[in-house]
Design a protein around this ligand. Structure first.
Ligand code: C2E
Ligand code: CA
Ligand code: CA
Ligand code: CA
Length: 275
């Protein structure tokens, strides 16, 4: 419909059309990169708070370095999910993780993010199984991170597939713990190995005492049911000290290192942080 006495709607429509076209082109570029296994992964170190040693890495998807375009990880994942490419991207991530563990002779654990959409078809299970059996790496070096969500619980066969994945000897973490729908029942339903305490709690640690109390309680709960806790987004020594006092077992964040190509971490021989 055209507004009476003005063309401002037409101008607006043109701008919207241009924006939509750009968005379409961008999405097509992302889709092509997913299809062609052109996405890259950066690794972010995780340390044991007890020993100060680097014991893990989280793999995070990145747009190819050589491209003149750039997109953030969550946009890439959203586009993959909306275009039924998340299974492909997810399987590629697992393959890259296992290849890197093998080729770099890593002793650290590698954590791979998994979308709930990947679960319930036993496709991820078959891929992990095949990838592990082609190599002689320990399954315990591979961890899957799942965001707490009701979707995960409702999806047919999702829990069953997770149970089978765990039987292979890999570990499973609840990502962004404290921000979603996780209830104590959720933790009861599946033997998760780790809670990843969301960055929003770590951010508040210096501002209010209550956040410290919540983090201590979560760490104690996890410990009592045999789970480890990784605090996400640790940027300062102060935060690290509070997390140590709160009884968190692991830390991840810019204080230890930003996500970077895996090779970056082998310039120095030491895995020890002095924190
Ligand atoms: P996430 O799994 O919670 O990953 C942690 C995010 O926090 C990453 O953002 C990381 O770069 C950022 N981060 C780490 N330490 C710090 C810190 O000290 N300060 C701040 N400000 N940020 C920090 P990124 O790489 O942009 O990834 C965003 C989200 O995209 C991830 O959140 C995850 O949900 C998703 N994602 C990334 N890679 C993959 C993937 O391969 N598969 C799937 N399914 N999802 C992925
Ligand atoms: Ca994660
Ligand atoms: Ca997280
Ligand atoms: Ca997150």
């Amino acid at each position: 419909a055209k507004a009476r006495g003005g063309s401002s709607f037409e101008v607006f429509d043109e701008r919207m059309a241009a924006e939509l076209k750009l968005r379409d082109e961008e999405n097509n570029a992302i889709i092509a990169a997913c299809r062609n296994n052109e996405l890259e992964f950066h690794y972010q170190p995780i340390c044991s708070i007890l020993s100060g040693e680097r014991v893990g890495f989280e793999m995070l998807v990145r747009w190819p370095e050589k491209s003149d375009l750039w997109f953030p990880a969550d946009r890439i994942i959203n586009v993959a999910e909306e275009n039924r490419l998340i299974d492909l991207v997810g399987k590629y991530a697992i393959s890259c993780a296992i290849t890197d563990i093998k080729n770099y002779g890593l002793s650290e654990k590698v954590s791979v993010n998994v979308s709930p959409l990947q679960l319930g078809k036993n496709e991820l299970l078959a891929h992990v199984q095949a990838a592990l059996s082609r190599t002689n790496i320990s399954p315990a070096q591979l961890e899957l991170e799942l965001t707490e969500s009701s979707v995960l619980l409702e999806a047919n066969g999702a829990i069953e597939e997770l149970i089978e994945l765990k039987k292979l000897g890999i570990t499973i973490a609840v990502d962004d713990f404290g921000t979603g729908f996780a209830t104590l029942d959720y933790l009861n339903m599946f033997p998760f190995d780790r809670l990843k305490i969301d960055r929003s709690f770590v951010l508040k640690l210096l501002r209010d005492e209550q956040s410290g109390a919540i983090v201590s309680a979560v760490a104690a709960l996890a410990r009592n049911i045999g789970m480890e806790t990784t605090a996400e987004g640790v940027e300062t020594q102060e935060q690290y000290d509070i997390l140590r006092a709160a009884g968190c077992t692991h830390a991840q964040g810019y204080l230890l290192g930003k996500p970077a190509p895996l090779a970056t971490f082998f310039n120095s021989k030491t895995k020890q942080y002095n924190l």
